[in-house]
Design a binder for this molecule. Structure first.
Ligand code: SF4
Length: 278
């Protein structure tokens, strides 16, 4: 069974942090669309479209290191509006570093899960981000669970990390026992300090298998970079251990049309989940 999730970039770009893999950092001047807050009616329309495209989850993503009172109020309003319009969608919020109180507030407004990626190993994180610590990311993941939300956490592969870094990231994820593990493959952009993703398809598939082996009960979701990484071999991600994908567009890059993903999944004899529980 395969779970589909759609994402909406509800606040894009202009981030003051220096994550070298991220086009939303203001430091690298990548050519992306920037806006403070997307109109709520537009987000509700996207959520309805996601449901038509058979998504079971809908993720509200904001750029920036973490939460502010203003952002919390905005995301809460968006979550309430989406929940009212499409009650069957699981709402995931992804708003950076957050406290237990902030996360509880989101939960009150209909958010069911929170996505916060560890990104890479604690050690390698210092090579890709100097403006905040990996430990803050780890703590937020603990806060998510303490607030009673389901945790979605994972990382980005292909940023120049070593095999040991990948193993360390997966060990950290094991300690968090997330409900969903998000696996992203680095998507190069000329403006970013990290220039290439050195992984080949077989290496990427073996990463999925390794994550699946270590996190047997989790949903393993292939998110950003999927189409670029696997191209004509996309179907193999499911044999490697993935059972969830992000459909449609990503935060600042385009995805394929959801219909072609659905056709691919069905052609493999796999079924689509009707809700987050299957
Ligand atoms: S990953 Fe998040 S915190 Fe880092 S630059 Fe991008 S938006 Fe900012």
């Amino acid at each position: 069974m395969v779970f589909l999730c759609a994402i909406s970039n509800i606040s894009s770009g202009s981030c003051s942090e220096d994550c070298s893999f991220c086009t939303q950092s203001a430091r690298f001047a990548a050519k992306i669309e920037k806006y403070k807050y997307k109109e709520i009616s537009k987000i509700v329309d996207e959520a309805k479209k996601a449901k038509e495209n058979r998504a079971v989850g809908f993720c509200l993503v904001t750029s920036g290191k973490g939460m502010s009172d203003e952002k919390l109020e905005y995301v809460s309003k968006v979550a309430s509006a989406v929940k009212k319009a499409v009650p069957s969608l699981n709402i995931i919020a992804c708003n950076g570093i957050a406290t237990i109180e902030e996360l509880k507030e989101l939960k009150k407004h209909g958010v069911g899960s929170y996505n916060h990626n560890l990104e890479t190993s604690e050690n390698y994180y210092k090579s890709v981000c100097l403006t905040h610590d990996w430990s803050e990311r780890y703590q937020t993941c603990i806060n998510v669970k303490d607030a009673g939300l389901k945790l979605c956490s994972g990382g980005i592969f292909g940023m120049g990390e070593s095999l040991q870094d990948r193993e360390s990231l997966v060990s950290s994820l094991v300690t968090l026992n997330p409900q969903t593990v998000a696996i992203n493959f680095f998507h190069p952009n000329v403006a970013l300090p990290i220039k290439i993703n050195p992984l080949n398809v077989d290496e990427a598939l073996s990463i999925i298998t390794y994550v699946r082996k270590n996190l047997q009960d989790a949903k393993i979701m292939i998110a950003g970079g999927r189409e670029r990484m696997f191209s004509s071999r996309e179907g193999e991600i499911f044999g490697a251990g993935a059972n969830a994908i992000v459909i449609g567009d990503y935060l600042t890059t385009s995805g394929v049309k959801p219909n072609s993903d659905i056709q691919l999944i069905e052609s493999l004899g796999l079924t689509l989940a009707k809700d987050c529980n299957g």
